[in-house]
Design a protein around this ligand. Structure first.
Ligand code: PMP
Length: 353
């Protein structure tokens, strides 16, 4: 606390990012990064873009990237908004589309950035409880609201919401923006993008950090009808007219075009996830059904915090949230098969002690 702080700063509860270790050799399964590395074409594109042109400002509208994303999803370029990671796209969405007189609804077990942004932008919210099996129940959203924000699949649970249910939410709340945070959608959930042309109140947010292995590049995007995208652009242009640097625009464009690389990594990851679930179940873990590149699991007798600490001692990082309802769980990102094997062997060692 300082007397020099603005009144809002003392109220903030900033998001605490997962550990990015400096010690080499740790198995890093704590921040849902992709273990397979980005498309080689994205790396080549960075090489080609890294020249004297860096003295020039980048394209403020990221037109080539937006056109490439639009083409990939069967939309027009003005139905695409890009930003510095989907975190920034979410931040702009809070200001541009999710803040109204009636509250914003989102699940009580979801991405911790939602409450952080709500405080920062002074958005009134209702955190809607997930049920005792951590599912989002549509009936609970049947209440007056200004907007709804749903991660699909949900994080940190990994549970997906079927497209028909998303469509019901969108149709039953025609006056509210329904934003679907699809950070992890490529690992098995159903994307709401095909609904965009039909529904003027649907915004879909995705990222290149997960299925395209570019968390370090910081590129995310939103898809929706023109009037929604225009609101995001107005906020962006009032904040920072150059959201993405030259290298990020070039690499992201190349990554989106490399469908083959995306598909191969995605398949490998889903197969590793399913194998890891089976291994953990034999070690007496309950694993929530995951459609993401991570799983959320609790052991029948060992507390989450103790397991996380014991794994760290053995060189394996996983995520634990010291929060009501979910403190028994570990969130484990899916690594390579070798990394998953190291995790399982560390767990066997811990559980045998
Ligand atoms: N949404 C959810 C649900 C997430 O878990 C994350 C990753 N932490 C993000 C959005 C943001 O991802 P990024 O900013 O890397 O695009």
């Amino acid at each position: 606390m300082s007397r020099y702080w603005s009144p809002i700063v003392s109220k903030l509860r900033p998001y605490v990012a997962g550990e990015q270790p400096r010690i080499p050799g740790l198995i890093k399964l704590n921040t849902n990064e992709n273990p397979y590395g980005p498309s080689p074409r994205a790396l080549e594109a960075i090489g080609q873009a890294a020249d004297d042109r860096l003295r020039l400002y980048p394209d403020p509208t990221a037109t080539e990237l937006r056109e490439t994303i639009a083409h990939r999803f069967g939309l027009a370029a003005d139905e695409v908004f890009v930003g510095n990671g989907s975190d920034e796209v979410l931040a702009h969405s809070f200001q541009a589309l999710l803040k109204h007189e009636l509250p914003l609804l989102y699940p009580d077990v979801s991405y911790p950035f939602y409450p952080a942004y709500s405080l920062l932008y002074d958005v009134e919210t209702v955190e809607v409880p997930v049920d005792d099996r951590f599912r989002i129940l549509l009936a609970d959203y049947d209440r007056p609201c200004g907007a709804i924000l749903i991660p699909n699949p949900n994080a940190p649970t990994g549970i997906g919401l079927p497209l028909a249910e998303i469509e019901t939410l969108v149709t039953t709340h025609p006056d509210a923006v329904v934003a679907i945070d699809e950070a992890y959608v490529d690992f098995g959930a159903e994307s709401a993008v095909p609904l965009i042309s039909e529904y003027p109140n649907l915004l879909v947010i995705q990222t290149l950090s997960k299925s395209r292995s570019l968390a370090g590049l910081r590129v995310g995007f939103a898809l929706g009808q023109r009037h929604l995208i225009e609101a995001l652009v107005r906020v962006k242009d009032s904040f920072n007219s150059y959201p993405l640097d030259r290298l990020a625009q070039a690499a992201a464009t190349a990554a989106i075009k490399d469908e083959a690389w995306f598909e191969t990594c995605r398949r490998k990851l889903v197969a590793s996830r399913d194998a890891l679930v089976r291994d953990l179940e034999t070690l007496d873990f309950e694993v929530l059904p995951s459609q993401a590149n991570f799983i959320f699991a609790r052991h029948e007798s060992r507390p989450g915090a103790a397991l996380q600490a014991a794994l760290r001692e053995r060189g394996v990082l996983v995520r634990h949230f010291a929060k009501p309802r979910i403190s028994e769980f570990l969130r484990i990102s899916i690594g390579t098969d070798e990394e998953c094997a190291r995790l399982v062997s560390a767990l066997k060692d811990i559980l045998a002690a």
